[in-house]
Design a protein around this ligand. Structure first.
Ligand SMILES: [Zn+2]
Length: 218
């Protein structure tokens, strides 16, 4: 089915349709449905924010199918859109409080977030967590345990990226060097149950914390 899938650069790798499947299959359906993002209408309208011309032949007849690919009616080629890999770190202090950050830049500048970021080319998700947490917080994380994955829409510089945010619980032996840098403007520790979801900037993080608040913790 996907023989004609092409490899595209990360900047053009803009996400995929995930909404219907995720809503139907996710074991945490009640929690996710409430905060689910992107929804079907956002996926259907995605083509308006993406490609206007076929990247193979330049034709303007390059149409989004509303699910997962653009197709060119002139050269016949397809361009599939998939979720972009990103990571989230769940870091707890000795009191069981969760480390939250404040976003330094848009999207959602000034709102609460969890540390993490995009997976670079060639990296594993685990390597991305270690790198991002060193860059953002100057912390060394270890003993990563997979927690779950959360789809998100990330609009940057006018371009929509549909990400899959892969969350890990991380151990930190020493918080002495903790400091905010890179795209983090501030750091705080909070009991997850006391986090106001409306103060969280990104839907994937909102879904994750909602899950922490409504399910038995780790
Ligand atoms: Zn074409």
């Amino acid at each position: 089915m996907r023989k004609d899938k092409v490899t595209i650069t990360p900047s053009a790798n803009l996400g995929t349709a995930y909404g219907t499947f995720y809503q139907k299959k996710c074991i945490f359906a009640p929690a996710v449905k409430k905060y689910h993002f992107p929804n079907n209408s956002q996926i259907m309208s995605y083509s308006k924010d993406a490609f206007r011309f076929c990247p193979f032949c330049g034709s303007g007849n390059f149409v989004w199918d509303g699910v997962k690919s653009h197709a060119c009616s002139d050269c016949g080629k397809k361009l599939y859109t998939n979720e972009v890999g990103a990571v989230i770190a769940l870091i707890y202090n000795a009191d069981g409080e969760l480390l939250l950050t404040t976003r330094k830049f848009n999207p959602a500048k000034g709102m609460l977030d969890l540390p993490g970021g995009f997976i670079d080319l060639g990296e594993t998700a685990e390597q991305a967590v270690v790198r991002e947490i060193k860059e953002e917080l100057n912390l060394k994380v270890e003993n990563l345990q997979f927690y779950g994955s959360f789809p998100n829409e990330y609009v940057y510089a006018g371009l929509t990226y549909f990400t899959i945010d892969i969350a890990f619980v991380c151990k930190v032996e020493n918080f002495d060097g903790l400091s905010a840098s890179d795209d983090v403007s501030d750091i705080c520790f909070k009991n997850p149950k006391q986090v106001n979801l409306q103060e969280i900037g990104l839907a994937s993080v909102r879904n994750l914390i909602h899950q922490l608040q409504t399910k038995t913790l780790l």
